[in-house]
Design a protein. Structure first.
Ligand code: ADP
Ligand code: MG
Length: 897
């Protein structure tokens, strides 16, 4: 108990998993909390200060599962192990306590077990540090490490871009000084994803120690090779590495060379835009109908993580994007290569995560095998790539991948193959993972363990030969152990020299004499301890293999990253081929010309539902100078397109598809369009009016305006802005006025490329006044007072909103839509004279107060009227027309009766 209390006191704020044999036991308040969170039995064990000690326990073989539940329940867990064998402790005395200590703190941001992690998503631990006297509006330095893979990213963001960065990184845990965590603007975004926020002392953010630790971890004397780090970044790195050291109790993690994240290299996408475009999860929270789900054809977890990372941070550099597109294009053309590579990668284990566990001394034999199999797949893929490089050679990106795939010491894979069984067990401590034939000693020891009978038979034969006594036998009983038995009559030579020197007499029985030899006693000892020794030898071999892997850690990190990259490129090629995507043209112009564009997610959804095919649409925005050219369909290229059309016509789909095509193009993917020419976009904004945000306690209209303000303040001439029904959340005239002013501002001040969808058809007048605004509309057909959506964008504006027709489609009761029609007519008639909305409403006769209300209920339709409505004079031959006339008269006569 003294040991427990001491360890418990040293690890405040954590549940203590206290190892006792095959269980982790929890005591006192920990036990109460864990029993409730896990729904396991709370018992008691012994007494402390006269009171019962509450206790519960989890078996070690199910510890991962319980850990996962505790961590997601917001707990932190300190894992305390036995550091010696109980037998060793007994040697110190019968009362000696087994040495124990905490080997690891488990927190949401420091997980390494597959059972606790999502294979397809990274799990970052992010340290945040406010840049002192930073840029205008403030800046924050972020350092993020996924200790399950060693993925490491560092950068500074302006405070205004912080939310977008946090949503992109989606860290499992954030650490910061509590002053920063107390900032409401920061806390709001950290808390929103259920992320853990752990306050750490401000002293952790020490840039000098950060620099020192980083150099030590990367084993370099100078950081210049990784780019320049600001003092604030180093401070964040310092806290990050310190926290890792504390939670991993000094064990060294894998650390890949830091990736620089920063506004200059990336297409910046803020948090609401990420949500509204449903990049990695849909607004309802699942990941099924996201862009990521629609284009993810990767075959490994690391490949999926790489794809998600590219999707989360598209690039801005034309050359870098071009290099990725070259790779995707090459794999798209070379179908056999693509299929072969994907086959080689399928079922390849997660090399990065296996290595990270090995580095932290919590690897299993399976992790060793994962390195072996990862290297096998890497060699196979490298060979495939090299074999496919024709006269033109491989595209640069693929050539680099091939090189990195083959960058590890060539002896490692054969070593692991020789040493490990094909399918090793999960637990290291039980042994059984070293292959037969790898070590002569181990084989002999195992033979002894498994074949004691055979070994003894061999000894028996040997002694028979030496003594010339055929009847000599090796026997075993519980008192003597192994011994030799010779019939009494034949024993004489053995009792005299020279044989008596080697064969010591032990017992004389009625008809037999028993002997032993030194060799027999030793062999017996060896058999008894063989099992233990075989196990110990395997542990030693494990350690040797793990250190061989550790020696190649840097190169293996590159192999793992290259495997992820090739899976990602091949997957993008696969989706391009399957879905008929084309290679976008990117340059530094401000053009945005999409021909025959489609929405990648809606397109697949429509196909899955075997509904009507998706209708492709053009979008031509020109940044600088509107060209005089006019598309055949009357769509005028302009910097800002005002998209009008009734609800359900396809406006939102059209807007988003153009934003998604931009994201895809700049991440280095082919795009769903017949052709796409995009001048690099620096920031992408997308807002949908009146998005409900009750969870964050702000009115929808307030949210809409806050977000619109964000856009107007940040959009540059290089940005692409998508505004969908902004101004919907307030009264009509307010909303119209705001929408009007926003369009003007985008046109005059931001000068960005923009798509603005609105059901205020009144806004179309703006196109006449602002030279770089053009009207387009979603084509609809009216047919018998109903509307049909063609989902086709064409030039011009909608003349009206068709709200009542849509309401009809939606199944609003007939009296309501009919009455709405009457009100609308009245409103439209008096629109010109009425300046005062209130007065107009006053004038409207009330629904119920109308003189006689024959519309309620609907009168029975007249048969004549119905028959008339069914006729289409254009379709009738003269003869049919005459017949119809007779029929109508007849009907009329009948009705009168
Ligand atoms: P709006 O924003 O104008 O109200 P939406 O963009 O939400 O309309 O589209 C409504 C529905 O119409 C979508 O859910 C989709 O099923 C269908 N749709 C939209 N655009 C197309 C298209 N180009 N081709 C086929 N169906 C489409
Ligand atoms: Mg819409």
């Amino acid at each position: 108990m003294a040991q427990f209390l001491e360890i418990k006191a040293a690890n405040p704020g954590c549940l203590l998993f206290y190892r006792m044999g095959d269980f982790y036991e929890l005591f006192f308040d920990d036990a109460v909390a864990a029993a409730e969170a896990l729904g396991i039995v709370l018992t008691k064990r012994g007494k402390h200060l006269g009171a019962d000690i509450p206790m519960c326990g989890v078996p070690i073989h199910r510890a991962d599962e319980y850990l996962r539940r505790l961590i997601s329940g917001g707990f932190r867990v300190a894992v305390c192990e036995q550091l010696e064998d109980p037998a060793e402790a007994r040697k110190r005395g019968s009362k000696a306590v087994v040495r124990r200590d905490v080997v690891r703190l488990v927190t949401p941001g420091t997980l390494t077990e597959d059972g606790l992690l999502d294979a397809k998503a990274p799990n970052y631990l992010t340290a945040m540090f406010r840049v002192p006297k930073g840029r205008e509006g403030g800046a924050i330095a972020l350092a993020s490490l996924d200790i399950s893979t060693g993925e490491f990213e560092v950068g500074e963001v302006a405070a205004a871009d912080f939310a977008g960065e946090i949503v992109r990184l989606a860290p499992g845990e954030v650490i910061a000084a509590d002053t920063l965590l107390a900032d409401a603007d920061i806390a709001k975004w950290i808390g929103s994803g259920g992320r853990a926020a752990t306050p750490v002392p401000a002293a952790y953010f020490d840039s000098l120690s950060g620099e020192r630790q980083l150099k030590a971890q990367l084993e370099v004397a100078d950081l210049a090779a990784f780019g320049a780090f600001s003092r604030s970044e180093l401070a964040a790195i310092g806290a990050l590495l310190k926290y890792v050291e504390l939670t991993q109790i000094g064990r060294k993690t894998c650390l890949r060379p830091p990736r620089r994240s920063g506004p200059s290299a990336q297409l910046i996408i803020d948090a609401p835009t990420r949500a509204s475009l449903e990049l990695v999860r849909s607004t309802s929270g699942d990941s099924k109908s996201s862009l990521l789900a629609a284009i993810d054809r990767t075959v490994t977890g690391p490949g999926a993580r790489e794809l998600a990372s590219r999707l989360g941070s598209p690039l801005r550099d034309v050359r870098a994007i071009g290099a990725r597109l070259d790779a995707v294009g090459f794999l798209r053309e070379n179908e056999t290569l693509r299929e072969d590579v994907r086959r080689a990668l399928r079922h390849t284990p997660d090399l990065a995560r296996a290595m990270a566990r090995l580095a932290l001394h919590r690897g299993s034999p399976r992790d060793l095998a994962a390195v072996r199999d990862g290297l096998t797949a890497a060699q196979a893929s490298a060979q495939l790539l090299r074999g496919a490089s024709g006269s033109m050679g491989l595209p640069e990106a693929l050539a680099q991948i091939a090189e990195r795939l083959a960058g590890c010491d060539a002896a490692l894979q054969p070593l692991l193959s020789r040493a490990l069984v094909d399918d090793p067990p999960h637990l290291r401590r039980d042994g059984g993972f070293v292959r037969q034939g790898y070590g002569a000693d181990l084989d002999a020891t195992r033979a002894l363990r498994d074949d004691s009978r055979k070994v003894m038979a061999a000894l028996e034969a040997k002694y028979q030969l030496e003594t010339g006594i055929k009847a000599l036998k090796v026997r075993h009983n519980n008192i003597l152990g192994y011994y030799l038995e010779v019939p009494a009559g034949a024993s004489k030579p053995m009792l005299a020299p020279p044989l008596a020197d080697a064969f010591r007499h032990r017992q004389t029985m009625a008809g037999a004499v028993r002997f032993t030899t030194q060799e027999l006693a030793e062999t017996e000892g060896r058999i008894v301890s063989a099992a233990e020794r075989a196990l110990a030898m395997e542990q030693e071999i494990f350690a040797e293999l793990a250190s061989a892997i550790a020696a190649e850690q840097r190169a293996l990190g590159e192999v793992a990253a290259a495997l992820a990259a090739i899976d990602c490129e091949a997957a993008l090629a696969e989706v391009a081929a399957q879905e008929g995507y084309t290679r976008p043209v990117l340059d530094d112009s401000t053009t945005f010309e999409i021909r025959g564009g489609r929405h990648p997610v809606v397109e697949q959804a429509l196909r899955a539902a075997s509904a009507a095919a998706f209708i492709e649409n053009d979008c031509v925005l020109v940044g600088s100078r509107p060209e005089p050219c006019q598309s055949p369909d009357g769509m005028r290229p302009a910097r800002l397109w005002l998209v009008t059309g009734p609800n359900m016509a396809g406006k939102s789909t059209f807007l988003r598809q153009n934003a998604l095509i931009t994201v895809m193009a700049q991440m280095g993917s082919f795009v769903p369009a017949r052709s796409a020419h995009i001048g690099i976009v620096d920031r992408l904004f997308s807002r949908v009016g009146a998005a409900d945000d009750l969870a964050r306690g702000r009115s929808t209209f307030m949210v809409e305006m806050v977000e619109t303000a964000g856009i107007l303040n940040q959009a540059t001439e290089r940005s692409l802005v998508i505004l969908d029904e902004i101004g919907r959340g307030t009264a009509t005239f307010d909303g119209l006025a705001i929408a009007w002013a926003v369009v003007e501002y985008l046109h005059e001040a931001s000068k960005c490329r923009a798509l603005f969808a609105t059901h205020y058809h009144e806004l179309t007048a703006l196109a006449g006044r602002l030279p770089e605004v053009a009207n387009v509309t979603m084509e609809v057909r009216e047919w018998k007072d109903e509307i049909v959506f063609l989902h086709k964008v064409k030039g011009g504006g909608a003349d009206r909103s068709y709200g009542i027709q849509v309401a009809k489609l939606a199944g609003l009761p007939k009296p309501v839509t009919k009455r709405a029609g009457e009100v609308l007519t009245l409103l439209e008639k008096s629109d010109s004279k009425a300046t005062d909305g209130a007065a107009l409403i006053e004038e409207l006769p009330l629904f119920a107060a109308r003189p006689a209300s024959p519309a309620l209920p609907e009168p029975a339709p007249s048969p004549v009227g119905e028959a008339l409505a069914a006729l289409n004079p254009d379709d009738l031959t003269p003869k049919a027309a005459l017949e119809a006339l007779y029929k109508l008269k007849e009907l009329a006569a009948k009705t009168r009766d």
